[in-house]
Design a binder for this molecule. Structure first.
Ligand SMILES: Cc1ncc(COP(=O)(O)O)c(C=O)c1O
Length: 412
């Protein structure tokens, strides 16, 4: 059915993801929890190994061979990320992940908020893009407003135009919903935010792994994402920020490496991006993320996007043939990614996930760290199958068979 470069190379690609080649409960592993975290190719695992076996040393400190190599590789990883999203080196800060990136912003930007200022989020945010703002809003007596979603699970742009006003100082929006899979029109929302002189933040946790992203094209002020969702290691993530904004912001964490000079009374800050990377960083995580990016680029983000669209279309089509199965989010594959949340009438999502696990199929069942959205949908949990570029059409078939089996178990 498919003849794009990726699908032709799929067998070879899957060999790089050794973990996929195993049996779970006697069945072939079908890993469909990629929105939660992705698997890692052998190239990333070997890079981590090599670092510890060949050149483990702290960065920006030693003037000996090992430290120089470590520093070079760590800085190179920043450059790779910069090129990957169309930014410059100084604009790439390594954090622990999306959550820490957004906390950094909430802490640093939040200090400037005054009573009555408004922060605009959407009803489809992950807790990581709600809770840090709630805390800052309480501290600064600011207010949070939410852009509503339509019954199709898309953002209501007309409402956004009314909610974002001159009182709005920060607009922070998920590029892609981790529950609904919806791809949000971030360029348009950014334009509305900028028309009111508000800062525009994009949570790219679910978009950067699956789509070709260019921060200049989106014209966001900040972009946050996580390495572990894009075949990189855990504990490493990115905050992109426009250079002039980062220069004006105060640091989030204080200590070693982020300073230029320290006296007993005062300190001054290092240049970007190090001003925001206090202490010994996750060196090996950064290097691993750089290798993950090399891998994604070799396949091509456009190829990944196209292949995942095909998987999405196929999965949606097959899921819709199952009676009493409700899919949340857009039904048009062009409007979403391959993260599909659903419920089967009469089966709790946790039970469904447990039965699927018995068939070797890993899906997530729960609230997906988006409780306000779940409340809005009138549910407490859903099952979520999230596909990545190494998943196959057979994986979709296995999911469908697994759901049918669950229905039989529950005599539905
Ligand atoms: C949209 C979105 N934002 C933020 C996060 C938090 O990412 P992390 O746990 O890597 O910090 C996630 C993780 O699922 C997510 O899907």
């Amino acid at each position: 059915m498919l003849n794009n470069k990726l699908s032709l190379n799929l067998e070879k690609i899957r060999k790089d993801f050794v973990i996929l080649n195993q049996k779970v409960h006697g069945h072939r592993l079908v890993y469909l929890d990629n929105a939660s975290t992705s698997q890692k190719p052998i190239q990333v695992i070997e890079a981590i190994n090599n670092y510890y076996q060949e050149y483990n040393a702290n960065v920006h400190r030693g003037i000996y061979e090992l430290s120089e190599k470590s520093t070079h590789q760590y800085e190179l990883a920043h450059r790779k990320v910069a090129v990957f999203i169309g930014a410059s080196f100084e604009e790439i800060i390594f954090t622990r992940g999306t959550t820490e990136s957004i906390n950094l912003l909430a802490y640093s930007l939040g200090q400037n908020l005054k009573p009555g200022d408004e922060i605009v989020l959407t009803q489809m945010e992950h807790h990581s893009n709600i809770v840090p703002w709630q805390e800052i809003a309480k501290r600064q007596s600011a207010q949070i407003k939410y852009i509503p979603i339509t019954s199709e699970g898309e953002l209501d742009l007309d409402a956004a135009k009314k909610i974002i006003t001159d009182k709005t100082k920060i607009v922070s929006v998920a590029h892609v919903s981790n529950v609904l899979g919806t791809i949000n029109p971030v360029k348009e929302i950014g334009q509305i935010a900028h028309n009111h002189n508000a800062l525009f933040i994009v949570d790219g946790a679910q978009s950067v792994p699956n789509m070709a992203i260019n921060v200049k094209e989106i014209n966001c002020d900040f972009l946050a994402f996580s390495g572990h969702k894009m075949i990189g290691p855990t504990g490493i993530g990115v905050l992109y920020g426009k250079k002039d904004l980062l220069e004006k912001m105060s640091p989030f964490l204080y200590g070693g490496d982020m300073i230029r000079e320290v006296s007993f009374q005062n300190s001054s800050w290092n240049c970007l991006p190090w001003k925001f990377e206090a202490g010994t960083p996750n060196i090996v995580g950064g290097i691993g993320l750089g290798i993950a990016i090399d891998y994604l680029k070799q396949i091509g983000m456009k190829e990944i996007e196209d292949y995942e669209k095909e998987i999405t279309a196929y999965a949606l089509k097959r899921l819709q043939t199952i009676e009493d199965l409700v899919i949340y989010g857009p039904k048009d594959p062009e409007k979403r990614i391959a993260t599909i949340s659903f419920n089967v009438k009469g089966i709790h999502a946790h039970d469904l996930a447990t039965i699927l696990d018995r068939e070797g199929i890993a899906v997530r069942g729960g609230h997906h760290c988006a409780m306000p959205l779940m409340n809005l949908l009138g549910i407490t949990a859903s099952a979520r199958a999230s596909f990545y570029f190494y998943n196959t059409f057979e994986d979709v078939d296995a999911l469908i068979e697994g759901i049918k089996k669950a229905k039989k178990v529950f005599k539905l």
